[in-house]
Ligand binder design. Structure first.
Ligand code: NAP
Length: 310
């Protein structure tokens, strides 16, 4: 079997090759752009593959995403439609994402956003004590990451709700589903956390109408994809004070352009898409498991459903 690693970050591909070689003796591992005989490649492990590369592999049987999101593959019209795509699900990455979300929620819950401003003004002033049990946190996207975030927030004592496409049951979490459940969900989010995949159904979902549904003075955290947010609407909600603050790990354009108003907005915190970084030493296990399943003819894990877009 020949596996091709395709990522613009060749140093990452070399790290992957070393980790995979130790677990898959007898498998030939090639690193793009050294494709060799393209007809021999049966499996591609890809992150942001340059358009056309995957389409040039006529014997491809499986594409494994080297990140948890698969929008990088589904947005590329040249990626063959008949080849299954498996996404990466690494518990280590889920834990990283949850840590970021906990930090962000506690930041707004304990008003560190306001205390940061107070410090800049040398202002020694106490705000009213926050009540954790009454702080309503809402998770947009109650999937692998969203569910783990919800569990950890529950453990801290927050009042947690979640919204998903299909109905979900998570012990202790108030759940809402589908477009019909969105307004009621948003209406009870003092802190809204977005962990939705970016699809044609979710693009721009955090827009003026959605932000207007949030309680006055709510905060917003986005660790999913920048395309979920209409940034002009977000800026307007922040400027009007309707929205108290936002912590954004992802933006429409990445890197965020130097002149972008989000960089300097006093109510916005930006991080450079680091909420959950693919960590090859822990991510290699789940990927190898799927490759062995393919070899043994077993059902593959975490397959993407193209029709729903994730
Ligand atoms: N910033 C970072 O560093 C970073 C790192 C990793 C991942 N991410 C992002 O996080 C996203 C989520 O990852 P995950 O592993 O949690 O995904 P997942 O397990 O596939 O969960 C996705 C959740 O979103 C819900 N959903 C999808 N489309 C929807 C729609 N149209 N309406 C309502 N709900 C919808 C799903 O509903 P159902 O439960 O009904 O299926 C599910 O609950 C990834 O797609 C990726 O973009 C970002």
């Amino acid at each position: 079997v020949v596996i091709l690693l395709v990522t613009p970050r060749v140093e990452k591909a070399l790290e992957w090759r070393e980790l995979l070689a130790a677990r898959l003796p007898g498998v030939e591992l090639r690193v793009w752009p050294e494709v060799g005989d393209a007809a021999q490649v049966e499996i591609a492990l890809a992150w942001k593959a340059p358009p056309g590369v995957l389409a040039s592999l006529p014997s491809l049987r499986l594409i494994c995403s080297l990140g948890m999101g698969v929008d990088h593959l589904l947005d590329d019209a040249t990626v063959p439609r008949d080849v299954p795509i498996a996404r990466l699900v690494d518990p280590n990455m889920v834990a990283q994402m949850s840590e970021y979300v906990l930090y962000a929620v506690l930041h707004f819950h304990r008003r560190f956003d306001v205390y940061d401003r107070f410090q800049r003004e040398q202002r020694w002033e106490e705000l009213p004590l926050p009540d954790t049990a009454k702080r309503r946190v809402g998770i947009l996207g109650l999937g692998t990451i969203g569910t783990e975030c919800a569990r950890r927030l529950l453990a801290l004592g927050f009042d947690v709700a979640g919204w998903s496409r299909s109905s979900r049951t998570v012990a202790g979490v108030e759940t809402f589903a589908g477009p019909g459940g969105l307004d009621a969900f948003l209406g009870r989010c003092d802190i809204l956390v977005s962990v939705l995949p970016l699809t044609s159904a979710t693009a721009g979902i955090v827009n003026e109408a959605a932000l207007a549904r949030l309680p006055e003075g709510a905060s917003f955290v986005n660790v999913a994809r920048g395309g979920l947010v209409v940034e002009a609407d977000l800026l307007a909600a922040l400027d009007s004070g309707r929205l108290a603050g936002a912590m954004l790990d992802v933006t429409q354009a990445e890197p965020l352009p130097v002149q972008h108003p989000l960089w300097r907005h006093p109510r916005v915190r930006i991080t450079p898409h680091i909420a959950g970084l693919t960590n090859p030493p822990t991510a290699v296990g789940p990927i190898v498991e799927n490759l062995l399943r393919l070899r043994d003819g077993l059902p593959l894990l975490h397959l993407v459903e193209r029709a729903r877009g994730y």
